[in-house]
Design a protein around this ligand. Structure first.
Ligand code: PLP
Length: 395
């Protein structure tokens, strides 16, 4: 099947032509000086996108899941206690990984659709006067539910409690599409992957480590080998890599950072905010609701839309794909069958978003849902016309 349409899954995203070309380069000797001209600018670019001047970037051939593993295995020891909130499939999976590594996880479970309860974190951290909690984990943007949590608020709670725990943030579906400030928010390890805000194919785990996280590395006793940042650091220092690097992907990462920085991160985030608001207005015009329980939680990279009670949301996804060749995201875990997800992260413009809304409407009308053709699209169009910004050229 030839895919001619953009995708609306919440990652991997559509890939700009310039990045496809940047990834598709002839084989080079990765031990030659040419590799230095790729890896160092790529790492510098990642630091700028993460907004860290004091931290270091480490990029592995893996995915976001490998980034989680990099964060915990390089800094923690078996039996260490960590604090985490379960509010969707991805926060759940990171907790599961911690448990499989023999960490003791204090899990704060909330309904899927809610954000991380900063007050409860504050209480738990305040009560932990013996500082048993070694790390606080936060999923900035829960991709399963379209919920963005208050990372800065969690940092404030940690500081208010005078708590020395490390702060790990999963920014897999936020970084590069939504505001993320590693230094300002006191993030000790930031984690993402290449296939979301960086608009590349999957294949890179992208992490940033603060100086405090780097200091924890020598004392950390969890087993690690492939993801040992000490080997990666030694490789970078010698203009290389500890093993064969994914040169094309790293060249793509260099180009991706250039592209994001050329547009300007503020403009990138504003573009996603505009697009997301148009999608939300469409959802409201359809008479439907988001999974996110309140507007302060609405994600600017993915909208999880609740199907009417008793209606299997997976049918909308199937209809979109099978009839119109357009991919949306299905519901995962607790919200499987209850929501369908419109991804609008990475490479996305308002005109592209409109084509996704057109398709969602056709699929829902086909399935007999009480949605009027054009209603959501008109609401989004009105928003995009009112807020029209200088178009970003397709690179
Ligand atoms: N964290 C979040 C928030 C995600 O959305 C995903 C994947 O969608 C992951 C982690 C896991 O990343 P990956 O699938 O790249 O391993």
């Amino acid at each position: 099947m030839i895919h001619l349409n953009p995708v609306f899954i919440p990652g991997p995203t559509n890939i700009p032509e310039a990045l496809r070309k940047a990834v598709d380069i002839p084989t080079m000797d990765h031990r030659s000086p040419g590799f230095a001209d790729i890896i160092h600018p790529a790492l510098d670019g990642v630091k700028k996108v993460l907004k860290t001047t004091t931290g270091e970037a480490f990029v592995f051939p893996a995915t976001g899941t490998g980034g989680w593993e990099t964060a915990i295995t390089n800094t923690l020891s078996p039996g260490d206690k960590v604090l985490a909130c379960r509010n969707g499939m991805f926060s759940h999976k990171w907790i599961d990984m911690c448990q499989r590594y023999g960490l003791e996880v204090e899990v704060v479970s909330v309904a899927w659709g809610e954000g991380i309860p900063v007050e409860r974190f504050a209480d738990i951290l305040g009560a932990d006067t013996g500082h048993q909690i070694k790390a606080v984990l936060a999923t900035h943007n829960e991709t399963a539910t379209g919920v963005t949590s208050d990372v800065a608020g969690i940092r404030r709670a940690m500081d208010a409690a005078g708590h020395p725990a490390l702060f790990f943030v999963d920014g897999v579906s936020s970084i590069g599409s939504m505001e993320f400030r590693m230094d300002d928010w006191g993030v000790d390890v930031a984690v993402t992957g290449s296939q979301k805000g960086f608009m590349l194919p999957p294949g890179l785990a992208i992490t940033g480590f603060s100086q405090k996280a780097l200091e924890a590395v020598e004392g950390a006793k969890l087993p690690r080998c492939f993801f040992d940042i000490r080997d990666m650091r030694t490789g970078y220092a010698a203009n290389g890599y500890p093993y064969t690097p994914p040169v094309g992907m790293l060249n793509g990462l260099k180009a991706s950072c250039d592209m994001l920085l050329e547009e300007g991160l503020g403009n990138v985030f504003a573009r996603h905010a505009r697009i997301a608001e148009g999608v939300r207005r469409a959802v409201a015009a359809w008479g439907m609701e988001l999974c996110a329980v309140s507007p302060d939680l609405y994600s600017n990279s993915v909208s999880a839309v609740r199907a009417p009670d008793g209606f299997d949301a997976g049918r909308i996804v199937a209809q979109g794909l099978n009839t119109y060749g357009v991919a949306f995201g299905g519901g995962l875990g607790d919200v499987a069958g209850k929501v369908f997800r419109i991804g609008h992260l990475g490479l996305m413009t308002d005109v592209m978003a409109l084509s996704g809304l057109v398709t969602a409407e056709m699929a829902m009308v086909d399935l007999g849902l009480p949605v009027k053709l054009g209603s959501g699209v008109a609401a989004a169009q009105a928003h995009y016309r009112e807020t029209a910004a200088t178009p970003v050229r397709q690179a």
